[in-house]
Design a protein around this ligand. Sequence first.
Ligand SMILES: Nc1ncnc2c1ncn2[C@@H]1O[C@H](COP(=O)(O)OP(=O)(O)OP(=O)(O)O)[C@@H](O)[C@H]1O
Length: 414
Amino acid sequence: MFIKEKQGFKYPFQTTKNGIPLADLADNQTTISLVAEDEKDSFFFRSLEKQGIYLNNSQLQAVRTTDGPVLIIAGAGSGKTRVLTCRTAYLLTFKDDLKPEEVLLVSFTRKAATEMLERIKLLPGLSTSIANRIVSGTFHSIFLRLLRSHNYRADILSNSKYQEILMTQILRDLSLVDSYEPESLLSLISHYKSQMILPRHLEVTTPIEKEIQRIYMAYEQLKEKKNLMDFDDILLETYYLLKYNHEVREQLQNRFKYICIDEYQDTNLEQHEIMRLLLNKSQNLLAVGDEDQSIYNFRSSSPEFILNLKKEFPNLTQITLDTNYRSTNAIVGLGNDLIKHNTKRIGKVLKATKEAETTPIYLRPKDSDHEAKLIVDNIVADTQNGNRRFKDYTILYRGSVRKMRIYNVKEIKI
Ligand SMILES: Nc1ncnc2c1ncn2[C@@H]1O[C@H](COP(=O)(O)OP(=O)(O)OP(=O)(O)O)[C@@H](O)[C@H]1O
């Protein structure tokens, strides 16, 4: 037991196999053999191939499935961006009369949105001027533009320090300055807003709940007085605009013939509802995501929306991109074995394209000090026996506390 704990465990908890489980290797069929010369869209795939862009079977299916609601479950490193960009190019090539400005591409970060457009520009039949006409960006950037075009003039409260100053002012006015942390109150209010819970919707019974409601109301009033909008207001105001202004809603429904939303596992209620209001009768929605990579629960996003799409859209086409192009079969296999213990998932088993020459060591430490010690022990043993030098190692950690624990293990000198 002691030796096992000291060295870590070589395979994941509850696994039935010995050693690191290896993922199956994917077959290497691509559009070259999957798309015959006489198919009407073959010229498109031939042009992609000329640029070195090959698609596997499920990627090809995802690119060709253009109409109605579609969910692409995209495992890590499975070529999601390749599929999204090629599908957009495919739409613009094969949908007669479809204009780039009728395609809405929503990404989760500005960086992802920019990368997507940069890649689209290079695809066959496209150009910078065409790509720039696609409506692309994050939920916040796209819908802030919409609000501005409908005369929403409030300034955006983008500075969190200033937001905290406003909150402190409110707490002072309510004589509650010693009772609450402005930062915690702001994140609680943000959580309510992303769930579309306004102050009047709060169920208040205890004195603390009543206080929170008063603070929330005062915050909203102060913002209004100062003509300010916070980030959550951008989506809330968009939701109300679309819901209650039929003209604007219909105009946008007519305009956006194809809507694509990336990282769907990280959407929240506001974003999901906005998507529903924007969809027209043809329901040309492409939701892309991976419930196994849901990481923004703390920001009120929920994988439930991706898990429930099938119920909401009974005619949903679901395609799984299950081939990982980045990692070896040992890393993919280890990932498969760990993630299968998650309970809320659609479920998939990733295949790999690269065969492992070395296998990862899987450690299951008792706590973070133990984790730091196991990592350092492995590195020190490897360097002492001359296999590697310290500079051969990279340590990735989730937060600076972890980093400090590793540095505090005395064998490592910085
Ligand atoms: N069919 C394919 N054949 C060969 N390589 C591919 C194929 N599809 C994707 N790749 C490669 O796999 C890698 C991951 O692709 P891409 O960045 O599109 O994936 P992703 O799913 O968006 O990644 P992430 O895990 O960051 O979401 C890239 O290096 C890409 O070139």
